[in-house]
Design a protein around this ligand. Structure first.
Ligand code: AMP
Length: 184
């Protein structure tokens, strides 16, 4: 009896380990309006209701990008595991952005929360609504710094470079300051 139970337990664990439907996904989340750290916490709590969160980077403060925002951003990277499709993850991200008060007025303008999909496993997608790996990630230090903290050796499926190498070669020299080591 014990052997049969252990065997099924083994199959269950094996299935979880090798379930081809589970993908590891990296998100970059952050904003520059309101209580930025509290909003990051809320976003992570909301993500935790929908996904298994595997790792969180520290929090980084960065100057606004694109010249259309005013205050500095707080950003962090989130590694999660999911069997949802890339489109479902995108839609959940947009719902969380809206729930946290995101207004879309000016491209690259001030925002309470932005949720970008950086990697979706090793998948490469180029649709009108979704591009992964995120096309701008390799020239933005505010993405590469937290990404290198949580996944230094992951290889970009198109550029064939690790996060650390991408960071070293990045031409963006904007300052990305460590703001806090942990969110909670
Ligand atoms: P923004 O919030 O201004 O950064 O842009 C959001 C829009 O970018 C979304 O509505 C998506 O349709 C599109 N988009 C394309 N690729 C991505 C990606 N990798 N992550 C998040 N949004 C993306």
């Amino acid at each position: 009896m014990f052997e049969i139970k252990s065997f099924f337990l083994f199959l269950l664990v094996l299935n979880f380990e090798i379930n081809p439907l589970m993908e590891k996904v990296v998100l970059l989340i952050g904003g520059n309006l309101g209580d930025r750290q509290a909003l990051l916490k809320e976003a992570v709590l909301e993500l935790g209701k929908q996904f298994e969160i595997l790792k969180l980077s520290g929090i980084y403060e960065t100057a606004a990008w694109g010249g259309k925002s005013s205050g500095n951003y707080l950003n962090m990277a989130v590694l999660l595991s999911t069997d949802k499709s890339p489109m479902e993850v995108l839609n959940i991200g947009l719902e969380i952005e809206n729930a946290l008060g995101r207004k879309r007025e000016v491209k690259w303008g001030d925002r309470t929360m932005d949720i970008d999909i950086i990697y979706f496993g090793e998948q490469v997608m180029q649709t009108e609504r979704l591009k992964v790996p995120h096309p701008m990630m390799s020239n933005r230090r505010f993405v590469l710094v937290p990404l290198s903290e949580i996944l230094p050796h992951f290889i970009h499926p198109q550029l064939k470079m690790s996060s650390q190498d991408l960071l070293e070669k990045c031409s963006d020299k904007s300052e990305v300051k460590r703001f806090a080591s942990s969110l909670f």
